[in-house]
Structure formats: structure tokens, C-alpha cells
Design a protein around this ligand. Structure first.
Ligand SMILES: Nc1ncnc2c1ncn2[C@@H]1O[C@H](COP(=O)(O)OP(=O)(O)OP(=O)(O)O)[C@@H](O)[C@H]1O
Length: 350
């Protein structure tokens, strides 16, 4: 009598349409080998039974020639019933998830610290809120959380049921920050896994409510927070903020590469502190050089969304808890942020 291995060896001589043999193709199921003969199921992809008829005939002929007894092959495009060797469906790999109730997520990133990423995030969030969008702002910068100060909120968020966290709200923006979970000024020594857990907790456990867009103010650089965000959460796009200096741009490029690798679209770049206008005489100076970010954006084929001047009013407004978009909405500086917000709405990502 032929053994199971003998039968498989014979079947391995028969080619599958997509290349390789039919055993390697994984279509031979429920193989039964007995004294009386051989029976099995050829389970082929849906709609392909016709293409597999000649292959079934070849298998029948080869087995008959080998003298294995009666040959009974059932050709089907349906999975055989359980117990007949049906392959269990593997659970689908978990890709990036949507945050419930949140339509869009935009990550604001920078390669280097101190380039104004939080200032841009706060102003963009307030600008979108002023345009009537339902906006959330998540300050994921655990090393230097600044949104509570910029949006003028303080106090600890409540958690009435011990599971969900109630966010805070000011200037029409729903806001949550790691800075609100720690004492002000306290050095936070977060390790990678803690960061990832904290970010997921902020995204999933904070009661954001229904939002058109959630802005995420990322920590500078390309660390655990950025990676976890891109892997676990569906992000509509990123905006990279940079000052015009070469060093800042060099780091910004690293951030851009990371988002590219993680399939997060780059919505555009913002040059911050691009020019300085003297408060006394109105003279314009390019303290950090000018146009570096525009050149980089052109090279990458992404829009330069704005060139924000280095301006005392921007800093005073942020430090005072009412970003310039709120405190001086008609100023040219505020208008620069409003333009970016409008562009995001026009693009359908906010
Ligand atoms: N265009 C600007 N004009 C004047 N001051 C600015 C401007 N942009 C940012 N600043 C000021 O620079 C400082 C750093 O800005 P901000 O906190 O936004 O940077 P950041 O990139 O988020 O920094 P980090 O994430 O490293 O803490 C703040 O005091 C802010 O008010």
C-alpha cells in the first residue's frame, strides 16, 4: 500500500498554475490514504475551479499510474467542513487603528526641540476651532509639556470612573496633556514602554467626544512616541516644523524619513522664526537665515504651509495662555496660522 508520503511525493510532481507544485500551493486538503485508495480535496481560490480541472485530471492520472487504488479528488473553491482538514482562518494582523469618534489625526513634529512645534500646534488648534471645527489637542510631549500653559489651562483632569479621563477645554479646543498628569516642573523620567502605554491611554481613554480633527503635539525627534503613534494609530498626515538653520533642517529630514517609512503622509512643512521684525524700528532681519525650509519642501515636493516670523507677540501670547490666533486674530501673524488651518480644511484632513 502507498504511504501518505508516497502520495505527497507524486502530487509534488504536479505544477500549480501560479508556479510551484500543488502541495507547496497549499491546496491539497483532507488527504486520506487507505488500502482501498486515496481521497483528498483540492481547495482552490474562489472562481478558479475551471483552471484547476486539468490539474486535477493530471493528479488523478499520476496517482492511478502509481497503483494507489481508487483515486477520489474533490475539486472545490469552498473550504471543506471543519474536521476535514479545513485551514483555520488566521487572525488578520492588527494595523493602525482609528480613535473612536475622531475623524482625522494630524501630527505636528520637529526634528529638534525648541523650534516652535508647540506654538504651531496651539495656534493651529485654536485657528481650526475659530473656523468652527471640533478640535482636540493632545500634548504628547512628555519631556516638555507646554500646552497647558499655552492654552491657559491648569488643574488635574478628572476621572470619575477610574477608567476614562475627562479632558480640559479652552478657546474651543478640547485638550489633554501629559503635563496635566504630572506636577508642573517635575522631571519626567519616562522609559519607552511607559511612553507607549501613556500615549495609547491618552488616545483611547480620554473622552475626546466627536472631533473633526485631533492635533498631536509630538515630542521632538524620532523616538518611541512617534513610532508607536504611526504603528498603532491611523494618522492622516504630519506637519514638520523647522527653523531655517541647517542643523534644524538636518534633524527635520530625519523626522520626514521616519514618517515616510511608516506611511504617514507629509502634509507640508512650516518654517518658524523665519524672519525677525524689530519691535522698535520695523526692520526685518533673517536671524537664522531664510528660505531653507522652502528649499527643503520644494526638494521633497511638499507644500511650504507657512513662514512664521520670530515675533515677540507670538511668544507673549503663548506664554500668557491665549495663542496669538485668539488674542490678536487680525494680526498678520495670526493670519499666517489661519491660512494653514484653511489649507488643512480644504485638503479634507481637518
Ligand atoms: N515664531 C515665534 N516667535 C517668537 N517666539 C516663538 C515663536 N515660536 C516659538 N516661540 C517661543 O519659543 C519657545 C519654544 O517654542 P515651543 O515650545 O513652541 O517649541 P517646541 O518646538 O514645541 O519645543 P519643545 O517641544 O522642545 O519643548 C517658546 O517660548 C515660544 O513661545
Amino acid at each position: 500500500m502507498a504511504t501518505r508520503e508516497d502520495v505527497l511525493d507524486i502530487l509534488k510532481t504536479i505544477d500549480a498554475p501560479q508556479g510551484g507544485d500543488i502541495v507547496a500551493a497549499g491546496v491539497v486538503r483532507a488527504l486520506g490514504v487507505a488500502d482501498s485508495g486515496v481521497r483528498f480535496v483540492l481547495e482552490v481560490p474562489p472562481g478558479q475551479t475551471e483552471a484547476w480541472e486539468p490539474i486535477k485530471a493530471k493528479a488523478e492520472a499520476a496517482l492511478a499510474k502509481a497503483g494507489v487504488g481508487t483515486v477520489n479528488i474533490a475539486l472545490t473553491a469552498d473550504a471543506p467542513p471543519p474536521g476535514l482538514g479545513a485551514k483555520k482562518e488566521k487572525p488578520k494582523p492588527q494595523g493602525p487603528q482609528k480613535v473612536p469618534g475622531v475623524d482625522h489625526i494630524i501630527a505636528i513634529a520637529s526634528g529638534k526641540g525648541g523650534v516652535g512645534k508647540s506654538t504651531v500646534s496651539a495656534n493651529l488648534a485654536c485657528a481650526l476651532a475659530a473656523m468652527g471645527r471640533r478640535v482636540g489637542l493632545l500634548d504628547a510631549d512628555v519631556y516638555g509639556p507646554s500646552q497647558p500653559r499655552m492654552l491657559g489651562v491648569s488643574g488635574r483632569p478628572a476621572s470619575p470612573d477610574g477608567k476614562t479621563i475627562l479632558p480640559l477645554r479652552n478657546h474651543g479646543v478640547t485638550m489633554m496633556s501629559m503635563g496635566l498628569m504630572t506636577n508642573e516642573g517635575q522631571a519626567v523620567a519616562w522609559r519607552g514602554p511607559m511612553l507607549m502605554g501613556a500615549l495609547q491611554q491618552m488616545l483611547m481613554q480620554v473622552q475626546w467626544g466627536a472631533l473633526d480633527v485631533l492635533i498631536i503635539d509630538l515630542p521632538p525627534g524620532t523616538g518611541d512616541v512617534q513610532m508607536t503613534l504611526a504603528q498603532k494609530t491611523e494618522v492622516d498626515g504630519s506637519i514638520v516644523v523647522s527653523t531655517p538653520q541647517d542643523v534644524a533642517l538636518l534633524d527635520a529630514r530625519k523626522g520626514i524619513d521616519m514618517f515616510r517609512q511608516m506611511n504617514v503622509p507629509l502634509l507640508g512643512m512650516i518654517e518658524n522664526m523665519s524672519t525677525h521684525i524689530c519691535t522698535n524700528c520695523g526692520h526685518e532681519e533673517h536671524l537664522f537665515g531664510h528660505g531653507g525650509v522652502a528649499a527643503e519642501a520644494a526638494k521633497l515636493g511638499v507644500p511650504l504651509l507657512a513662514e512664521i516670523p520670530l515675533d515677540l507677540q507670538i511668544r507673549l501670547a503663548s506664554d500668557g495662555g491665549a495663542p496669538i490666533v485668539v488674542s490678536q486674530p487680525d494680526s498678520p501673524q495670526a493670519q499666517a496660522f489661519m491660512k494653514v488651518a484653511q489649507a488643512l480644511v480644504d485638503q479634507g484632513v481637518a
